[in-house]
Write a protein that binds this ligand. Structure first.
Ligand SMILES: NC(=O)c1ccc[n+]([C@@H]2O[C@H](COP(=O)([O-])OP(=O)(O)OC[C@H]3O[C@@H](n4cnc5c(N)ncnc54)[C@H](OP(=O)(O)O)[C@@H]3O)[C@@H](O)[C@H]2O)c1
Length: 218
């Protein structure tokens, strides 16, 4: 059975990814800070990791044995929302670790564990696009733009191993982060991204994609 690793799998988009891949017969490794009753109902392996913990991120890949088919760097935070003062600056640094540095470090360390035609997907955001910058949300935008660049560098490195790396904007999704007024459900977002992941080839590596498959400007 193919194996997928998913961060932030206790709720929101990550939980839905775990649910759909598990339902399709994949072996799912759900990476979480803390499990949830909904995740506990799924037939998945749960591993604990706080992405803000630099040492834990560094040592985590050693726990993973066997060949991986797919790694989805999904976990993310939108805190802080403001930029003023030292408290926000500290939270902003932590956000950079969670949203950009940890996903890259995990992806890079897991490269050697990927199957020959393995795939890696990072859940970024349209808010990480400088070309489509609408202003505001400065910490979140910078963290996702940093994720985009780091993952783009990872894609160049991964190409030599035959591993395809892409970034997704999942759309505006009804989760704790997206809010109840968002446009689509996690089920719709994940269903669309899974279809794209299935069809990805090495020719797609390094792309930043909407869930309909169109390319987003950097
Ligand atoms: N919802 C949207 O409209 C939308 C739009 C664009 C992009 N995205 C992106 O989609 C991804 C999933 O978001 P979501 O909408 O599903 O949001 P969510 O419901 O708020 O889920 C966020 C997930 O990230 C995890 N996480 C946060 N901080 C973490 C840390 N320090 N260590 C490990 N895990 C951590 C959370 O775990 P805890 O329960 O432990 O906090 C949770 O599992 C994120 O990268 C987000 O930026 C979402």
């Amino acid at each position: 059975m193919p194996i997928v690793l998913i961060t932030g799998a206790n709720r929101g988009i990550g939980l839905e990814l775990a649910r759909q891949y598990s339902a399709d017969g994949w072996d799912v490794v759900a990476i979480v800070r803390e499990s949830s009753p909904k995740l506990d109902l799924l037939d998945v392996r749960v591993e604990q990791l706080d992405l803000s913990d630099e040492d834990a991120v560094d040592s985590f890949p050693q726990k993973i044995e066997g060949e991986l088919d797919l790694f989805i760097a999904n976990a993310g935070t939108n805190h802080p929302m403001n930029t003023d003062g030292p408290g926000n600056a500290r939270d902003w640094q932590r956000m950079m670790m969670i949203n950009a540095i940890a996903p890259y470090q995990l992806g890079r360390a897991l490269l050697s564990k990927m199957s020959e035609s393995g795939k890696m997907a990072a859940i970024s955001s349209g808010m990480g696009s400088i070309g489509e910058n609408g202003g505001g949300w400065v910490p979140y935008r910078t963290s996702k733009a940093a994720m985009n660049m780091a993952w783009s560098c990872l894609a160049l490195e991964a190409k030599a191993c035959g591993v395809t790396c892409v970034l997704f904007s999942p759309g505006w999704v009804k989760t704790r982060m997206g809010g109840a007024g968002a446009e689509i459900t996690a089920e719709e977002s994940v269903g669309a991204m899974r279809q794209l992941i299935e069809k990805l080839t090495i020719g797609d590596t390094g792309k930043f994609l909407r869930r309909n498959g169109s390319v987003i400007p950097w």
